[in-house]
Design a protein around this ligand. Sequence first.
Ligand SMILES: NC(=O)c1ccc[n+]([C@@H]2O[C@H](COP(=O)([O-])OP(=O)(O)OC[C@H]3O[C@@H](n4cnc5c(N)ncnc54)[C@H](O)[C@@H]3O)[C@@H](O)[C@H]2O)c1
Length: 291
Amino acid sequence: MKSLQDKVVVVTGAASGIGRAVAVEVARQGALVAVSDVDRAGLRETVALVKDAGAPDVHSAPLDVSDRAAFAAYARDVVAHFGRVNVVVNNAGVALAGDFEDLDYADMEWIVGINLWGVVHGTKEFLPHLIASGDGHVVNISSLFGLISIPGQSLYNATKYAVRGMSEALREEMLVAGHPVGVTVVHPGGIKTAIARNARVSDKQDAEATADLFDKRLARMTPEKAARIIVRGILKDQARVLVGIDAHALHHFARLTGSRYQDIVAAVAGRTVKTRKAVLTEKDLDESVIP
Ligand SMILES: NC(=O)c1ccc[n+]([C@@H]2O[C@H](COP(=O)([O-])OP(=O)(O)OC[C@H]3O[C@@H](n4cnc5c(N)ncnc54)[C@H](O)[C@@H]3O)[C@@H](O)[C@H]2O)c1
């Protein structure tokens, strides 16, 4: 896709953070925009920002991405409104903190429903229209944690690895079939958004401390800057977009260390590593590139 001028771009989870910033950025570049979210008040603010950014047309609707029937009806509505769709940005996502053994099934199903099924629904419902557009693109927001796992994020890791796997296979399928649809999977590092404040945590986890750690130590980049990097990735038809120096550094670290990265992460996380193989020397840690 050479430009976003007059392209129709759909963004889920657009009431906040990265989704809002992507909606504003594509509007600035001349796109017609469809925004959705479960947060109606936030969505109204996004609509105003998208209009201010110059979008020629804005479609807005409440949508829970985990609801398959609602997503199908939403896609029909968007296509009826614009007559076509060029880009879908499956962005809506949530976080769940806590060790695997402390997580309950309700929270696990909640995060899988939004982070994985939401992306599956958005891709499945819009794909025929993206193909028909003659110039289509799927953008699926994974995470740095779709490339590297950390303790306390097992189900978040699971959903984000799944999004990456699905997206990479889809890109290959589009190429094999000769369909005019690019696929980009995005792996942001820490971005200053509401994700940690909106997260669920296990009973053993302190919600406030977890959110504070994210806000004060881990979130480094503004969503506006992340959006510019994501949009550039669409225009260059990049298969994989890493967002932030933390994403680049940790991805590099995981590639350098192979599966040993898990032992190093566990040691750095202060966990008791029981297996002999996993016992680390100080030299191992000095050589680790964890910031
Ligand atoms: N912020 C980060 O550091 C970071 C890092 C890597 C990946 N991500 C991913 O980026 C995406 C956007 O997150 P963000 O950081 O902007 O967080 P955010 O909380 O600011 O925004 C997420 C949006 O998704 C919406 N949402 C939640 N459940 C929904 C549902 N069922 N249906 C529709 N919308 C729903 C929320 O209302 C919110 O507006 C997520 O997929 C997240 O996993 C974020």
